[in-house]
Design a protein around this ligand. Sequence first.
Ligand code: 4NP
Length: 164
Amino acid sequence: MEKSYRILFVCLGNICRSPAAEGVMRSLVQQQGISEFIEVDSAGTASWHIGKLPDDRMRHAGKRRGYDLCSRARQVQASDLNSFDLILAMDESNLQNLRSLDDSWRGDPKVKGFCDYCSQHEESEVPDPYYGGPEGFEKVLDLLEDGCAGVLKEFIDTNKKRLS
Ligand code: 4NP
């Protein structure tokens, strides 16, 4: 059996955007019945919140849309660059931080901005909701649902044979 496709979502704290991306993606993958083919995880570039559940505001906003956000925060590591097949950063600063993890990182195409996968939104970054109001968490979920659908579509299109 071929190994599953491993996707890592990265933000700053790993308590708002990236764990929500992980939850949205996992839910889409389960709905499609292809959980055996795709693994999802998330990590933060900072170490501040290691071991914590996602922020309550993110968990509540997710729960209202049917997502159970219950991962524990971890910090991204240089080895993640090898062990994942697709690494999606929520914003440009996350992308810069990923770059600085490994000197040999030379714009590997598997490491990119999450919003590259959005088709219904013009934004180029998923804005950090941490210091803002509740509308910021809804915006995060809107963008994540759009981009994760794009990630899923690309996976299905490029793995049609394997999935049929
Ligand atoms: P995240 O949001 O990167 O989407 O998890 C943040 C969480 C915590 C902090 C900043 C952003 N913080 O400053 O603690």
